[in-house]
Design a protein. Structure first.
Length: 399
């Protein structure tokens, strides 16, 4: 796809804002068909599927925010002139064609597309069958906005492929692919990594940990745990595991207080062998596999540790490398934790629910990357470009 002027891209986005507002009722009605067909067997997936007035407002806000952001393409990263007279300029450039694979969440059809398009990328959207009606009408809105401004519908396109067809497309794409972003669980990520023939940027699972130090402010810890666990169970930034230092003053009393508070929010509590002696009526985990699991439910596993080092080791062994938090009043301890925990986002005395492009000041996001190349954390507009060297000469040859 050719390089577009910023003015043209913003005109498309302005049209899209108007169209989303005009088609609001039709979008919500299409979503109702998806909701009625969904069996609700997966509460987190069902929550992600819902589109209501608030969600449409958020879609419009996301498009408007990206429209108002500076164009990330053609930004000068470095400029140097060598002794031989060559002028070497490194600038940002589009990836080309991005494929995103995701389940539920029709809002991804808006946020992923607006970011990719503003960064001058073509995007292929492989949504889940559970959101088909919602995605179809949102694609129709995009196509109207593109065609109103004289651009091809090929810029933003839904892929209607079954699992086997998706596998074949990844192995032998019918058009060039430059980047694939799988948004989903371990199974989806492994599927894409196994079959893809181009770069894959993983938007990994959550399975986020929080460590309560012996130097923690307890009321602060409880508030953060409740928020991180219950605010939105379908979020990949929700909390799954809590590790508590056994040297915390009034340890047993505080564990029972935490149990009571979590039960008030209808959270199912699992415990390790050590905590089970204090909370004997709770289910004790019997294998290590559950430590790897992202719950996406009102469920929390509480474990006991002796030291900061033990907490760091457990987190690095089992977490999804998405988000991790420490609750402590000792700054040095917090910094040791944050330096040594291998996660895309690390927190001191704050909820993991802030791992989100909008909350972190990045704006709309394509995904939260748990990879280390080329970017980690929220994939916003400025992360959807690569770089390109422009070399200006006057007949120089290498000798």
């Amino acid at each position: 796809m050719k390089l577009l002027q910023t003015r043209i891209k913003n005109k498309v986005l302005k049209s899209m804002i108007r169209i989303l507002g005009h088609e609001r009722h039709a979008i919500i009605e299409a979503n109702k068909k998806d909701l009625e067909a969904f069996q609700k067997e997966d509460q987190a997936l069902y929550e992600r599927l819902i589109v209501n007035d608030k969600k449409v407002d958020e879609m419009i806000t996301a498009v408007e925010a990206v429209m108002n952001q500076e164009d990330p393409v053609g930004q000068e990263l470095s400029n140097r002139t060598l002794k031989n007279g060559l002028n070497i300029v490194n600038t940002t450039a589009p990836f080309g064609t991005i494929l995103i694979i995701y389940e539920s969440r029709p809002d991804v059809t808006i946020e992923a597309a607006v970011l990719a398009f503003k960064a001058n990328n073509k995007i292929l959207l492989k949504g889940g069958k559970e959101a088909l009606n919602s995605n179809l009408i949102l694609e129709k809105c995009w196509h109207q906005a593109l065609e109103e401004n004289g651009l091809s519908k090929e810029w933003i396109k839904l892929l209607h492929l079954k699992r086997e067809e998706t596998q074949e497309f990844l192995k032998n794409p019918t058009e060039p692919l430059d980047l694939i972003v799988p948004r989903g669980g371990e199974r989806l990520i492994n599927f894409v990594k196994t079959h893809a023939t181009c770069a894959v940027l993983v938007s990994g699972r959550g399975n986020n940990f929080l460590y309560v130090s012996e130097h923690a402010d307890w009321s602060k810890a409880v508030n953060v745990i409740i928020n991180a666990k219950t605010d939105k169970i379908s979020g990949c930034n929700a909390l799954d595991k809590v590790l508590i230092n056994k040297n915390l003053p009034e340890y047993e009393t505080k564990l029972k207080m935490l149990q009571e508070k979590l039960e008030q929010h209808h959270v199912e509590i699992l415990v390790d062998d050590k905590v089970s002696s204090i909370l004997p009526q709770k289910e004790t985990v019997s294998n290590n596999e559950i430590w790897h699991e992202e719950f996406l439910a009102l469920k929390l596993l509480i474990g006991e540790v002796d030291t900061l080092e033990e907490a760091i080791d457990l987190i690095n062994t089992y977490s999804g490398k998405h988000s991790a938090a420490i609750i402590t009043e000792h700054t040095d301890e917090a910094m040791e934790f944050m330096h040594n925990v291998d996660s895309a986002a690390v927190y001191h005395n704050a909820s993991t629910r802030f791992t989100d492009g909008g909350q972190m000041g990045v704006g709309a996001e394509l995904a939260i990357s748990t990879d280390k190349l080329h970017h980690r954390g929220p994939l916003g507009l400025n992360q959807l470009v690569t770089n390109k060297y422009y070399v200006y000469g006057n007949g120089q040859v290498r000798i």
